[in-house]
Design a protein around this ligand. Structure first.
Ligand SMILES: [Ca+2]
Ligand SMILES: [Ca+2]
Length: 162
């Protein structure tokens, strides 16, 4: 097992190798891609479902993390127009984008050209949107789309204590 091998080599906790079944590990995080057919939800509902899984909607702190997510999303071969919720929003103040509902400003952004456009009656939640490729879009929070959960602490999701 790769994990066992890494444990032998690593001075880090063995728990850093552990993600739950169906979760993908990248660096110190585990990710769950909620792409079940017929299960698309609002941003609030997505936030709830990640909480129930002991996680939160994905926060994208670096270009590497963004690229990792996009690489995986591309492998899902979804239809053009498909969206996945992230934790980003400007619910507190229009145009001030944060991760989650605490003031955790988004410092590095990867918007589609022309986004965020706050279309229609306003769009306050951040999705990864497949047009010709995946990039960020501001979307109406009530829209029903897929979502991605993340947890930075794999130790909480595994049974191995390092
Ligand atoms: Ca993250
Ligand atoms: Ca938009």
């Amino acid at each position: 097992m790769l994990c066992v091998f890494l444990i032998l080599l690593s001075t880090f906790s063995a728990a850093t190798c552990v993600c739950q079944d169906d979760w993908l590990r990248y660096h110190e995080s585990c990710y769950y891609f909620a792409d079940l057919p017929h299960h698309r939800v609002s941003w609030n509902q997505a936030m709830q479902e990640c909480t129930w899984k002991g996680s939160h909607l994905v926060t994208i702190e670096t270009e590497e993390e963004n690229n990792f997510l996009i690489r995986h999303l591309q492998q899902l071969h979804m239809d053009r127009g498909t969206q996945f919720w992230t934790n980003g929003n400007d619910l507190h103040y229009e145009g001030a984008w944060n991760w989650g509902l605490v003031r955790n400003p988004i410092t590095r952004a990867f918007w589609h050209n022309g986004e965020p456009n706050s279309a229609g009656t306003g769009e306050d939640c951040l999705s990864l949107h497949l047009v010709d490729y995946y990039a960020w879009n501001d979307e109406g929070c009530h829209e029903l789309v897929y979502f991605i959960c993340e947890t930075e602490d794999p130790a909480n999701s595994g049974s191995i204590i390092g």
